[in-house]
Design a protein around this ligand. Structure first.
Ligand code: 13P
Length: 255
């Protein structure tokens, strides 16, 4: 498997953490640590801090992403933010379908598809999250479920659209639990995702898509996870709030 066909992308999902002032401090600490990265680096602070984060990272190698995006361009959708609004701030990526959004905010495979389509249509890169719960893993349906989540999320996407898509495999049982998937478990599912992409778009397109692992990835386990042929990057929660740890993960992806 030739990993040079696709980009290594390390993205930090800050979730609902950091005020405006704290965001600025964290970015200031991170920028020098990330400047030598030989991978793409993305930070996803809370919505209210995206504009300031995009300004602060301007001219650096760190890009800014949102943690969610709405599928309509404008209108009566209280609390939501459109692709155009994000673009206007200088945002380049949008996380879509994170398991916390699925679990707490009634996100479905269908709304994930709509949100991902809106992101890509606007020129943003969609980081589409898929992954199984512990119960589903124990039932032995992980691969079937992740295949289905991936397929439905990509409904209506062309091969050209896939240049703006990243798939993040995030087993729900590994998120925020300190319980990481083993490198072999991560590889197995990431490989299954690439197989679905190949079925949908052909091997060449599939080989060009970045597939991330997320779920308790940290400074100590990143190198092993990222050494796997189908694990092209990481979507990092807790460790992305610690500049030295996030930098160590960036370094592990930069080899
Ligand atoms: P943790 O790295 O805190 O487990 O979170 C992973 C995640 O959900 C990233 O989107």
């Amino acid at each position: 498997m030739d990993k040079s066909k696709r980009k290594a992308v390390i993205a930090g999902n800050w979730k609902m953490n950091k005020t405006a002032a704290e965001t600025s401090v964290l970015i200031e600490e991170l920028l020098p640590l990330a400047s030598g990265a030989n991978c793409d680096v993305v930070i996803c602070p809370p919505m209210v801090n995206l504009g300031a984060a995009a300004q602060q990272t301007l001219g650096s190698n760190v890009a800014v992403g949102s943690q969610n995006i709405h599928f309509e361009q404008s209108g009566a959708y209280t609390g939501e933010v459109s692709a155009d609004m994000l673009l206007d701030l200088g945002v380049k990526y949008a996380i879509v379908g994170h398991s916390e959004r699925r679990q707490y905010f009634a996100e479905t495979d269908e709304t994930v598809n709509l949100r991902a389509k809106a992101a890509v249509a606007a020129g943003l890169t969609a980081i589409i999250c898929v992954g199984e719960s512990l119960e589903q893993r124990e039932q032995g349906v992980t691969e079937e479920l992740v295949r289905l989540q991936t397929k439905v999320a990509l409904g209506g996407f062309t091969a050209a659209d896939m240049q703006k898509v990243i798939i993040a495999y995030e087993p729900v049982w590994a998120i925020g639990t300190g319980r990481t998937a083993t490198a072999d478990q991560a590889e197995e599912v990431c490989a299954a995702i690439r197989k679905v992409l190949a079925e949908l778009y052909g091997q060449q397109v599939a080989d060009g898509v970045t597939i991330q692992y997320g779920g308790s990835m940290n400074a100590a386990n990143a190198a092993e996870l990222l050494s796997k042929p189908n694990v092209d990057g990481g979507l990092i929660g807790g460790a992305s709030l610690k500049p030295a740890d996030f930098a160590a993960i960036i370094n592990a992806a930069s080899v």
